[in-house]
Design a protein around this ligand. Structure first.
Ligand code: IMP
Length: 434
C-alpha cells in the first residue's frame, strides 16, 4: 500500500514558510515528527487571527488529536522546551503526554553548548558562521564525541545526570578557561536546574522510534517536519556555512528512527525569492534597493534571532538541486505576494564558473559562480486575496508556470499571505494540502 505519510522540507536556506504547510497538513495527520535541528528553528503560524512562533515544539501542537514527536535527531534544549510549553499553555493550548513525546535518545543542549557557540563565534570574528547561538553545533559535536554527551533519558536519573554534568562541566570549564579565558560555570547549579527540568519533562519522555515505527506499521498518517533548509544541511549544504544536522528528507530515517520508505511524499517548500541568515555564499543576493524592498515587504527578519535576513532573487539552480536531493514530489511556492509591485523579476537559471556554464550543481562552488538570469515582467496588483490561480494577474501566473518548468516539478500550492486561507491550490496530489 502506498504510504500516506508526508515529509515537508525547506529547499533554500530556511525560513521558507514550512510552518504554514505543516500546520495545514497537521489537520489530517496523526503524528507530527521533528527529526532534525533544535531551537535554532523558528516556525511562524497564523491561525484564528493569532500568531504563534514555535522553536522546538512541532507545529501539530495547535491541532487536536495529533501526537507531536521530538525525535532522536533533534538537539533538544529542555530550558527552551519548558519555556515554550508554558507560554503555549498560558495561551490556552493543551500540552501533555497525550500530545507531546520527547525521544529519550535525543541529545540535550547544555548551558556550555550555548556558551561555546557564543565564545567560538566571537573568537572567529570575520570567519564566523553566523549561528543562532542556540548551542546547536557544540551539542552535535558532543553527540559525535559521545563521552561528553547528555541525552534526554539521562535527565530522568538524578544520579547519572549529576555524575555526567560534574564530569563534563569540569572538562568544559577547563577548555573555556584555556581557550577563551572564560569564568567557570557553576556546575552544581546546572545539575540542580537540569534535574528539575527532567522532572518537568519526564512524563513526556519515551522511546519515540518504537512509537513512530508502530504508527507506520499501522498505517497511521505521519508528517515529518523539517527544520531549516536543505542548503543548510550538514552534508549537502554550503559547508561550513551550514547547521549541524541532516535537514533534507535524507535525514528523516535516521533522525526519526524509521525505515526510508516511511518518508512518503515529499513537499519542498520554497520562497518565490531567496533569503539567507548568517554568513556564507549567496549568489543571487541583492544588497541594494531590490533586496531592501523584499526585506520590508516580506518582513524578512529572523523568528529566532530577529536578525535582518539577506534577500535576493530566486535561484532555481539551488532549488532544483535540493529538490532532486530529497526526491521532492511537489513544490509549495510561498510568499508570491511579496513580489507584487516590482517592474521586473529575475530568476537565476544557470551559473558560469571561469567562463564556462556549470553543469552539475556543486555547493562548494557557490561562492565563486556568476549568475545567468532570466528576466520576467512583474505585476503591480495586490494578490493577497486571490483564491484561485485564474485570479492571479497574467504575469504572476506566468512566473509560477516558469518556476515549475525550470525546477521540473509541479507547484502544488501557491501561498499569497500568512493566513491559512491565503493559499491557492493548483494541482496538488497531497491529501490535506488545501
Ligand atoms: P546554527 O544552526 O545556529 O548553528 O546556525 C548555522 C547557520 O544556520 C547560520 O547561518 C544560521 O543563521 C542558520 N540557521 C539555523 N537555523 C535556521 C533557521 O531556522 N532558519 C534560517 N537559518 C537558520
Amino acid at each position: 500500500m502506498k504510504s500516506r505519510n508526508v515529509t515537508v522540507i525547506g529547499l533554500q536556506w530556511g525560513d521558507e514558510g514550512k510552518g504554514k504547510i505543516v500546520d495545514t497538513l497537521a489537520g489530517t495527520s496523526r503524528y507530527v515528527v521533528r527529526y532534525c535541528g533544535g531551537a535554532n528553528a523558528g516556525h511562524t503560524i497564523t491561525t484564528g487571527g493569532e500568531r504563534f512562533a514555535l522553536h522546538l515544539i512541532p507545529c501539530g501542537i495547535l491541532h487536536k488529536g495529533v501526537m507531536n514527536v521530538i525525535a532522536n535527531g533533534v538537539a533538544f534544549d529542555p530550558e527552551v522546551a519548558v519555556h515554550e510549553i508554558r507560554e503555549l499553555q498560558d495561551r490556552g493550548v493543551h500540552i501533555g503526554p497525550d500530545n507531546l513525546s520527547i525521544s529519550s535518545t535525543a541529545q540535550v543542549v547544555m548551558p556550555w553548548h550555548k556558551q561555546q557557540d557564543l565564545l567560538s563565534e566571537q573568537q572567529l570574528s570575520a570567519q564566523k558562521i553566523g549561528t543562532t547561538a542556540r548551542g546547536i553545533g557544540p551539542c552535535y559535536s558532543d553527540k559525535a564525541n559521545r563521552s561528553t554527551a547528555v541525552r534526554v533519558g539521562d535527565l530522568l536519573d538524578e544520579k547519572i545526570l549529576t555524575q555526567k554534568i560534574r564530569l563534563t562541566g569540569a572538562i568544559k570549564n577547563r577548555i573555556f578557561a584555556a581557550l577563551y579565558e572564560a569564568e567557570p560555570m557553576d556546575i552544581d547549579a546546572i545539575a540542580e536546574q537540569y534535574t528539575r527540568l527532567g522532572r518537568d519533562l519526564g512524563p513526556m519522555v519515551r522511546n519515540t522510534g518504537a512509537m513512530v515505527r508502530d504508527a507506520f506499521d499501522n498505517a497511521r498518517r505521519i508528517l515529518f517536519e523539517g527544520g531549516q533548509g536543505s542548503m543548510l544541511d550538514i552534508d549537502h549544504g554550503t559547508y561550513p556555512f551550514v547547521t549541524s544536522s541532516s535537514v533534507s528528507a535524507c535525514g528523516v530515517p535516521s533522525g526519526a528512527g524509521v525505515p526510508p520508505k516511511a518518508v512518503g511524499q515529499v513537499v519542498g517548500v520554497m520562497k518565490a525569492y531567496t533569503t539567507r541568515v548568517g554568513a556564507g555564499p549567496f549568489p543571487t543576493e541583492q544588497d541594494n534597493d531590490t533586496g531592501e524592498y523584499i526585506r520590508q515587504k516580506g518582513k524578512e527578519f529572523g523568528t529566532t534571532t530577529g536578525r535582518p535576513r539577506r534577500c535576493g532573487w530566486l535561484d532555481v539552480c539551488v532549488v532544483k538541486y535540493t529538490a532532486d536531493l530529497s526526491g521532492v514530489d511537489e513544490l509549495a511556492l510561498m510568499l508570491l505576494d511579496v513580489l507584487s509591485g516590482l517592474d521586473e523579476i529575475k530568476i537565476c537559471k544557470a551559473y558560469t564558473y571561469k567562463g564556462k556554464t556549470v553543469k552539475d550543481f556543486d555547493p562548494a562552488l557557490m561562492g565563486k559562480v556568476e549568475c545567468i538570469y532570466e528576466t520576467l515582467p512583474g505585476w503591480s496588483e495586490d494578490i493577497s486575496d486571490c483564491k484561485r490561480l485564474e485570479e492571479l494577474p497574467d504575469n504572476a501566473r506566468n512566473y509560477v508556470r516558469r518556476v515549475s518548468e525550470l525546477i521540473s516539478r509541479p507547484v502544488g500550492i501557491v501561498s499569497v499571505g500568512p493566513g491559512r486561507d491565503q493559499t491557492i491550490t493548483t494541482q496538488t496530489q497531497i491529501e490535506g494540502l488545501v
